[in-house]
Design a protein around this ligand. Structure first.
Ligand code: SF4
Length: 540
């Protein structure tokens, strides 16, 4: 931490004015009743996850490793014996959200009368098997903070939040069973600190990646293909948190895709810090296009979706691979800004590279859906620069736009750049571009009316006659949903019509269709919502 710089964890605490902030009211609802008697005892872990899709995959991996080691999982911190808070440490707002999450966990486990004290070394050695760990005793429950915030501020977190039993960095998903063991074995005053070099270590160092199916109760999954990043965008702290680019072996990824497909997962969302850089660390060549071609050959995979592709990583080969039939005509291509001067200061690909990338993609995938993100308030930014960003968003035909005010991150090159833009100005500019983004989304949704699209049905909705799903233009968790009206009996005769109603409408599919396991249907779009679509099923 640079000299004289205030400990960021301390400043967030001041902000939260803990305890007694309005948050506390909300937290109390997490308490639960006593552990039902007669229930077989296993050490129960609760994993709260914050941040991006990569953190979600981390949490799924931790859940799988703990389950394999004999622990039990609970979604309720109020009844857990160990709570793991997997944090984000990327930008200010995300960091604050993680800190709030830590306090929610601490509050939820405080003074738990029913908590098990398993710090009987022998008991823990049997990992998760309480019955050999001695009797239940009054004690509190350990909270372990893992992930990016711990990787960045381990000592600040331990200093400022005495309730934390341990911190572990970005390698925590790989080592979680050991970490929980260490925490449970620690003596009363002891605290665990497991923070190594950023990232998860060399490829293959984590052994086979395990993904248990118990946690994937949906027809899609994130598939992480690499960790870390070799670029050094001047505002970004990720390389210092997650380390340099580490691509997973291609065969390991294909094996995982086969495994996921065997579980009924039909949509694979490929993730990395910069997906287009996949493989570069292994043989100096970008191998994403080859990987996509191989994945498109995995039986049962109906949609492959590319998230987080840097514009300068889009070449003809990649664009060609995106024209494959089971590659969703969708890409998340962060452009970050529209002003050539600001893009240079950011260390990002310039507007020519951005336009060339989009042109290449659209040439091979004419109906491509483009999600992007931009930053406002970067040091030195002028109103003119913001207008340049607005122009670029229109020029590339963006359909979805995420907007983030600049977050001044210590340890990044942009931290000390002159021309700091006041926070409220950055937020106003962000609001301006968000509105533009919404109008671009509304335009693209309106252009879909009358079109027939594929829809991945996810779940029945509350309103009879409707299911909730996603179209090719909707990535999970960020792009809204499509409401599909389904009527008629059985898969063969399912004429349908659509009644456009408020975003709150829902659906249910005829039973045998669901059991037919084919969650993919064709539907005709009847009307747009901003982040939703309404459609009726069409006979295939
Ligand atoms: S490409 Fe740039 S913004 Fe993205 S993770 Fe790497 S350094 Fe950060």
């Amino acid at each position: 931490m640079p000299v004289g710089q205030q400990n960021p964890v301390h400043s967030w605490l001041q902000l939260l004015k803990w305890p007694g902030s309005p948050l506390s009211a909300k937290i109390n609802v997490m308490r639960t009743q006593e552990r039902p008697s007669g229930q077989p005892d296993k050490i129960r872990c609760c994993i709260a996850v914050y941040g991006c899709a990569k953190n979600q995959v981390d949490a799924e991996e931790m859940a799988s490793r703990l389950t394999a080691a004999g622990y039990e999982l609970t979604g309720d911190a109020g009844e857990a014996d160990v709570v793991i808070v997997h944090t984000c440490g990327f930008i200010e707002d995300a960091k604050k959200e993680s800190i709030e999450g830590i306090f929610q966990a601490v509050e939820a486990v405080k003074d738990r009368p029913d908590a098990i004290d398993v710090r009987d070394a022998e008991g823990v050695a049997n990992a998760g098997d309480v019955s050999t760990a001695g009797t239940m005793r009054e004690t509190s429950v350990p909270v372990i903070v893992t992930g990016c915030l711990s990787q960045r501020y381990p000592d600040e977190l331990l200093k400022e939040i005495p309730e934390i039993a341990g911190v572990a960095g970005t390698a925590a998903p790989r080592d979680i069973v050991e970490i929980v063991g260490d925490v449970l074995r620690r003596d009363r005053a002891g605290r665990v600190r497991r923070v190594g070099t950023p990232g998860r270590g060399a490829p293959g160092s984590e052994g086979e990646s395990i993904r248990f199916d118990t946690h994937l109760k949906r027809p899609w999954a994130y598939l992480r293909v690499a960790e870390g990043c070799r670029h050094h965008c001047t505002y970004c702290a990720i390389p210092s948190i997650r380390g340099g680019l580490t691509s997973r072996p291609e065969d390991e990824i294909i094996a995982e895709a086969r495994h996921l497909s065997s579980l009924g997962i039909v949509e694979l969302n490929l993730i990395a810090q910069d997906l287009s850089d996949y493989g570069y660390d292994r043989d100096g060549k970008r191998r994403l296009a080859r990987l996509v071609r191989r994945l498109s050959g995995v039986p049962g995979v109906r949609w492959i979706r590319l998230l987080y592709v840097r514009p300068d990583g889009v070449d003809d080969e990649l664009a060609e691979s995106m024209a494959l039939p089971n590659v969703a005509p969708y890409i998340d291509l962060p452009v970050e800004h529209g002003s050539p001067r600001i893009l240079r200061l950011m260390g990002r690909p310039g507007t020519e590279q951005i336009l060339r990338a989009v042109e290449r993609l659209r040439k091979r995938v004419p109906d491509l859906y483009l999600r992007t993100t931009v930053i406002t308030g970067f040091p030195g930014e002028t109103e003119q620069d913001v207008l340049a960003t607005a122009d670029l968003l229109c020029e590339i035909g963006a359909h979805r736009v995420g907007v983030f005010p600049f977050s001044r991150e210590e340890g990044t090159a942009a931290y000390n750049l002159p021309g700091v833009v006041p926070g409220h100005v950055a937020r106003d500019r962000a609001e301006y571009l968000r509105r533009l983004g919404l109008s671009l989304s509304a335009e693209s949704a309106a252009a879909m009316v009358g079109k027939e699209i594929g829809v991945l049905l996810e779940r029945p909705s509350l309103r009879p006659g409707y299911w909730i799903g996603r179209g090719p233009h909707q990535a999970p968790e960020v792009d809204g949903v499509t409401y599909v009206k389904i009527t008629g009996q059985g898969s063969e005769g399912r004429p349908a019509d659509a009644s456009l109603s408020s975003p709150a409408s829902g659906a249910h599919l005829t039973s045998d269709t669901a059991h037919a396991g084919d969650r993919f249907i064709r539907a005709c779009v009847t009307s747009p919502g901003i982040l939703t679509l309404f459609a009726h099923e069409t006979l295939v």
